[in-house]
Design a protein around this ligand. Structure first.
Ligand SMILES: Nc1ncnc2c1ncn2[C@@H]1O[C@H](COP(=O)(O)OP(=O)(O)OP(=O)(O)O)[C@@H](O)[C@H]1O
Ligand SMILES: [Mg+2]
Length: 234
């Protein structure tokens, strides 16, 4: 077992957005949280990462994280790639953004990790001196992924990586995210695009008005029409 949520509630001030969330993400599992606009996907991922207020239990590899701040949760192995690649600093170069991502690692480990990331995302090597704000949307998403992976997370929380990307770019991104399986990392992927999620994930859950309402896996996830109707009836 990697990540376990029980009776998790999350929201903003007095507004409760997510209610009674219970789910488990196994070691190396890729799980999609599907839901329409405003369903609470980003709120849920933020509550897990510690950037949105929540109450309830969040356990990672047997350690309770819910009383920790976002930085401590990151040290314990969680990494969030927020919606709109907001973990990037656009006036900084690709290399500088990666250096920020590497800060949680011991100084001696950083050069090797940087090399690993360059091997995983060759496009970033050829753009290392470029301002990240000037990268294409697809390149920015690669960089956002690389910055999050720089901390060697055990769980990656990916918030709508497909947003605003052209179909061809999406294919490339799906291949890159799929290749993370060999790292053994577990992935919680929040998406509206169920076809994109189906290419990557082992199973899915549906988030509807802040509550989980069913899901499925395997062949069922590959049946795009069935998933779409589950989403529409959510
Ligand atoms: N900072 C905030 N303050 C108050 N309410 C918020 C805030 N952020 C989001 N909300 C509200 O919480 C609800 C869920 O929003 P959230 O962004 O989690 O949905 P989502 O599923 O990620 O949607 P999308 O697919 O559009 O990204 C919405 O009603 C939204 O208006
Ligand atoms: Mg969102």
């Amino acid at each position: 077992m990697t990540l376990r949520l029980s009776n998790l509630h999350a929201g903003y001030g007095r507004i409760e957005v997510c209610r009674e969330i219970a789910m488990t993400l196994a070691d190396g599992e890729f799980l999609a949280v599907l839901g329409p606009n405003g369903a609470g996907k980003s709120t849920l991922l933020g509550a897990i990462a510690g950037s949105v207020n929540g109450r309830g239990q969040i356990e990672l590899n047997g350690v309770r994280l819910d009383h920790m701040n976002a930085r401590a949760r990151a040290r314990h192995g969680l990494a969030l790639v927020p919606e709109g690649r907001r973990n990037l600093f656009s006036p900084l170069t690709v290399h500088e953004n990666l250096q920020l991502g590497l800060r949680l690692l011991a100084a001696a480990e950083r050069p090797r990790m940087l090399e690993e990331l360059m091997a995983m995302f060759p496009i970033l090597g050829s753009r290392r001196a470029q301002l990240s704000g000037l990268l294409s949307g697809g390149e920015q998403q690669m960089l956002a992924l690389a910055v999050a992976l720089a901390r060697r997370p055990s769980v990656l929380l990916l918030d709508e990586p497909s947003q605003g990307l052209a179909p061809l770019v999406l294919q490339n991104l799906a291949a890159q995210i799929g290749s993370l399986r060999k790292l053994g990392v577990s992935v919680l992927l929040a998406e509206q695009n169920h076809r994109f999620a189906a290419q990557l994930c082992d199973r899915y859950v549906v988030l509807s008005s802040g509550e989980l309402s069913g899901g499925g896996g395997g062949e069922e996830l590959q049946d795009a029409d069935r998933v779409a109707s589950a989403l529409m009836s959510a």
